[in-house]
Design a protein around this ligand. Structure first.
Ligand SMILES: [Zn+2]
Length: 299
């Protein structure tokens, strides 16, 4: 079965440098290597080297294509380098903060010159409402450039920040799928992706999906948010998502990020098992594991 992963993080050297700006204890030279060492990760090296490592990893697991996310504002160049190098394998996403100003100019560079295709919003991290005017500007730019808008709703924890002891004063109230839907319905040409089935806001995410035809759910990560719903299983999550979103609006993802861990095979195995357990049709599984991704991101 053709597999495309809609949610991987491209943890480049530049990402590690930007993440630790102002953090004491790391040298100014070879900073990314020092941060990697502290984390027990493989040094990412150059963006080109990391891109090649990713392709080898995708090949090893028979993953045809992957969305790779520049996971801090300012790291668009790294993902753009990877996408240029392996255009048939990668779709470039990037974390974007609309509250930082010049929304149109910055998005024009990222989506135009850099050829990236997914704008990733983390409202709980950057502190703005999803029905804010600046978010409408993001959707306008996405419509102009044929991009998708990815919005992290619900609970937000960033593993690497925790490991490095960085403070993460996120305001989870901003990650509201219903506020997102209120904007998204006005931009019927812009596909929207809500990762991790809404990351704890499953009910609201499903309401948003039902209201708004452009809204997609990604299945990525261990979905540890299920702990907020006593007794909920991944099988039930998939069944409900299939009932309400339908097989066209569910995108398989893993949330893979660093090496040497690499691509998270176990996440795929768990999701595949859940879909088999509920008797999902092969045609539906094909859409979830690859077809929908190819439809949203034609090569
Ligand atoms: Zn992620």
């Amino acid at each position: 079965m053709r597999m495309c992963d809609a949610h991987c993080h491209f943890f480049s050297s530049r990402f590690l440098e930007l993440l630790t700006v102002g953090v004491a204890g790391f040298p100014d030279t070879n900073r990314a290597a020092a941060v990697s060492h502290r984390l027990g990760w493989q040094d990412p090296g150059s963006a080109a080297e990391l891109a090649d490592r990713w392709v080898t990893e995708l090949d090893r697991h028979s993953v045809a294509r992957a969305a790779i996310i520049a996971s801090i504002p300012g790291d668009e160049d790294s993902v753009a380098t990877a996408v240029r190098r392996h255009a048939s394998r990668f779709v470039g996403f990037f974390m974007f903060n609309p509250a930082a100003g010049d929304v149109a100019g910055r998005l024009s560079r990222a989506l135009g010159e850099h050829g990236l295709r997914g704008i990733c919003l983390f409202p709980a991290m950057h502190g703005y409402r999803l029905d804010d005017e600046r978010v409408k500007d993001v959707f306008t730019a996405a419509a102009d450039h044929g991009a998708v808008v990815f919005v992290h709703c619900g609970v937000l924890t960033v593993g690497v920040r925790k490991k490095l002891g960085l403070s993460s004063p996120f305001d989870l109230r901003f990650g509201d799928p219903l506020a997102l839907a209120a904007v998204a319905v006005r931009f019927p040409a812009v596909p929207v992706i809500v990762p991790h089935f809404g990351a704890g806001m499953l009910r609201e995410a499903l309401m948003a999906v039902e209201q708004c035809a452009t809204m997609h759910l990604d299945t990525s990560s261990s979905n540890a948010w299920m702990k907020y719903y006593p007794g909920l299983t991944l099988e039930q999550v998939f069944r409900q998502a299939l009932d309400i979103a339908g097989p066209e609006r569910i995108l398989f993802g893993t949330d893979s990020s660093f090496f040497p861990r690499g691509w998270q095979q176990a996440i795929h195995a768990a999701q595949d098992a859940a879909l088999h357990a509920i008797g999902a049709a092969e045609e539906h599984r094909q859409k979830i594991f690859g077809g929908n991704f190819d439809r949203l991101f034609p090569v």
